[in-house]
Design a protein around this ligand. Structure first.
Ligand code: DON
Length: 354
């Protein structure tokens, strides 16, 4: 009799453990209810909607013409749920956010060490198109999130023709977004006519042996990838794919090797917002990437991807509203991976009382 009771008790205990484990897994996907996530997006939208700081980029003439009032927020969880507020249908050019996905493509083709070996994975602490940063270490000791590293990444994509290379880059971006993306031709043309500084950077990276051939072609393909059009939902899906170990949570497509994801996120964390990356990480703890088109995406690993589009930028070239909005929402959702878990906070409190 007593052994039957023991067996029953141990089965009950196993069932309790299993359901606790399931609850932990589910809460890891998202600790909040859909209503709470929705409320966090709406609260941030209301808070920052009328903020009028910053200015559209104008060193690429077509970007000055983009509607400064576009303001859209999207969040996609790793279980594929999509939350949106504001204007999530207007498209802007992806610009520097593309650097993340071309870096991922190069790592897929050449292995995880290729980027580190060719241009490094260190923050430059300089503006995104710094020539001083190239000169300091002859094109080494930098990263794929700033222009010299990014043009070099583009030059590393394999292909026997420009068309083949370009198709791979566009397909990679489309897979991460979960739909076929297209190029904003006026933006591409406008930047191609005015990108002499990037051409000089490409030539320097060629002179120092990081770009192995056709530097001006690499610069031109890089310029085209920067002109890919995206909306806030596309960017959030791309971020969610990184949050989900490289598998697009909406389409189910594996877009990159899971093992490469932490390396891409590490470079985003240290250099995704250029010389303001430290300030950003201090405020949010999240790997992120900005573009001068006005978009920023951020990744909460294992939880969600979030993105905001709002074209006016600060002096470092990062969208003012997007930074404030993402920080507000991710902090409201407890997404900072460096923050102690609630159980640790509770334990610390009870220790203090004794
Ligand atoms: O190469 C450039 O200058 C642009 N196509 C991209 C720069 C950019 O997005 C920097 N971002 N904040």
């Amino acid at each position: 009799m007593s052994s039957r009771i023991t067996r029953l008790a141990s089965r009950l205990w196993a069932a309790v453990l299993a359901s606790a484990l399931m609850a932990a897994v589910v809460s890891n996907v998202s600790a909040q209810t859909p209503a709470e996530i929705d409320a966090a997006l709406k609260a941030a939208f209301a808070k920052f909607q009328n903020l009028q700081e910053g200015k559209n980029a104008d060193y690429i003439p077509a970007l000055a013409e983009v509607d400064s009032k576009i303001y859209g927020i999207a969040l996609v969880t790793v279980d594929g749920k999509v939350y949106t507020t504001g204007d999530v249908t207007s498209e802007v050019s992806i610009q520097s956010i593309s650097k993340v996905f071309t870096m991922a493509l190069v790592m897929e083709e050449q292995g995880p060490d290729a980027i580190e070996k060719n241009m490094g994975v260190d923050a430059t602490g300089q503006v995104f198109n710094s020539i001083v940063a190239v000169e300091q270490y002859r094109g080494s000791e930098m990263n794929a999130m700033v222009n010299p590293g990014a043009i070099t990444s583009t030059s590393m994509v394999s292909g026997s023709s420009r068309e083949e290379i370009w198709n791979k880059i566009l397909a990679t971006h489309s897979d991460f977004a979960g739909r076929q993306l297209a190029v904003n031709q006026p933006v591409f043309k406008s930047e191609a006519e005015t990108n002499q500084r990037n051409q000089a950077i490409a030539m320097l990276m060629y002179a120092y042996g990081h770009i192995k051939s056709e530097p001006l072609r690499a610069c031109d393909i890089y310029t085209e990838q920067c002109a890919i059009n995206v909306n806030a939902k596309d960017l959030a899906t791309m971020a969610a794919t990184l949050a989900n170990g490289g598998k697009n949570p909406v389409t189910g497509k594996q877009c990159m090797k899971t093992a490469n994801v932490p390396k891409v996120l590490a470079v985003m964390a240290t250099a995704g917002l250029y010389d303001d990356s430290g300030k950003w990480l201090y405020a949010t703890g999240l790997p992120a990437k900005s573009g001068v088109g006005g978009g920023i995406l951020a990744v909460s690993p294992g939880k969600f991807g979030i993105a905001v589009i709002s074209p006016p930028l600060d002096a470092a070239g990062n969208s003012v509203k997007a930074q404030k909005t993402i920080a507000d929402i991710s902090n409201a959702l407890g997404a900072n991976p460096y923050a102690p878990k609630p159980a640790v906070v509770a334990a610390a409190k009870s220790t203090k009382k004794k």
